[in-house]
Design a protein around this ligand. Structure first.
Ligand SMILES: Nc1ncnc2c1ncn2[C@@H]1O[C@H](COP(=O)(O)OP(=O)(O)OP(=O)(O)O)[C@@H](O)[C@H]1O
Ligand SMILES: [Mg+2]
Length: 235
C-alpha cells in the first residue's frame, strides 16, 4: 500500500476548478516532487492533502485511510505536517517558541526533537531567542521547515522551500531535505526550482493547469525534452 494515494482528485475555489482530477502516489521513504508553473495547482494539491482545502471529488488515502472531510487540525495529528508557501512563521515569537508550536499537535515538546532540528539548522541554534519576524527570509524558511519537523511527521509536505533564497542557501535547503528523508521522513516537495527538485527526488510529477501531464523518475524527467524546455529554461 502506498503511504499516500490520490485518485482523480478535484478541488474548487468557488467555481474555479483548480485541481481537475489529480492522481499521484507517494511510497513510504520516497522524496516525490511536484513541479509546475505559477497557478498550476501545486499549493492547492498540498492544501487539499493537509485539509486546508476540501476536495469535491476523488479519493485521498493516507496509509489506506480516507482524509476527505477530516479537518486540518485532525490531519496534523495523523502524521502529516506542512511547511507552507511563504514561510509563515509566527513573527512575534522567538525561534524556540515557534519550534515548540510545531510540537503542539503531539501535545508535548520533546527536547530531543528540538536538538535534532537545531542540528539540521545550526543557524537557528545561534538565533534561538530571536523574534522570528526579525530573521532573514532564508532563516525564516529554515524555521518553517524545522517547525514542521517538530510534529515528527511521517509525511512532510514542503511548499517551495527554496523560494527567494540565494543559490548557496538553495543548495543547503535541498541537502537538508535529503538528510531529513534519510532520517526516515517521506517527503512530498513542491518546487519551481525543477532542476534541484528532480535531482534529489525519487520520482516527480509535472502539473499543468490542474492536471498531471507527466510522471516519471526524477532522473528521467531531468532528461525529458519537454520538461527541459518548459521548466529548466532550455530551448
Ligand atoms: N484562495 C483562492 N481563491 C481563488 N482561487 C484560488 C485561490 N488559491 C488559488 N487559486 C487559484 O487556483 C489555481 C491554483 O493555484 P495554486 O496556488 O495551487 O498554484 P501553484 O501551482 O501553487 O502556483 P505558485 O507556483 O504561483 O505558488 C490558480 O489558478 C489560482 O488562481
Ligand atoms: Mg503555490
Amino acid at each position: 500500500m502506498a503511504m499516500l494515494e490520490i485518485t482523480d482528485l478535484h478541488t474548487y475555489y468557488g467555481n474555479i476548478h483548480a485541481l481537475k482530477g489529480i492522481s499521484l502516489t507517494v511510497e513510504q521513504g520516497e522524496i516525490v516532487t511536484l513541479i509546475g508553473s505559477n497557478g498550476a495547482g501545486k499549493s492547492t494539491t498540498l492544501r487539499t492533502i493537509s485539509g486546508l482545502n476540501q476536495a469535491r471529488n476523488g479519493e485521498l488515502l493516507f496509509n489506506g485511510l480516507s482524509l476527505r472531510g477530516i479537518p486540518a487540525h485532525k490531519i496534523a495529528t495523523m502524521g502529516i505536517a506542512q511547511s507552507p508557501e511563504g514561510r509563515r512563521v509566527f513573527p512575534r515569537m522567538s525561534v524556540l517558541e515557534n519550534l515548540e508550536m510545531g510540537a503542539f499537535v503531539r501535545g508535548t515538546v520533546d527536547q530531543s526533537d528540538i536538538a535534532r532540528v537545531l542540528e539540521l539548522f545550526p543557524r537557528l541554534k545561534e538565533r534561538i531567542d530571536q523574534k522570528a519576524g526579525t530573521m532573514s527570509g532564508g532563516e525564516q524558511q529554515m524555521l518553517a521547515i524545522g517547525r514542521a519537523l517538530m510534529a515528527r511527521p511521517n509525511l512532510l509536505l514542503l511548499d517551495e522551500p527554496s523560494m527567494g533564497l540565494s543559490p548557496i542557501l538553495v543548495e543547503q535547503i535541498f541537502d537538508i531535505v535529503t538528510e531529513i528523508n534519510k532520517q526516515g521522513t517521506t517527503v512530498l516537495l513542491v518546487e519551481q526550482n525543477a532542476l534541484m527538485a528532480l535531482a534529489i527526488a525519487n520520482r516527480g510529477y509535472v502539473i499543468q493547469t490542474g492536471e498531471i501531464v507527466l510522471a516519471d523518475t526524477g532522473a528521467a524527467l531531468l532528461k525529458n525534452e519537454a520538461v527541459r524546455k518548459a521548466y529548466l529554461g532550455e530551448g
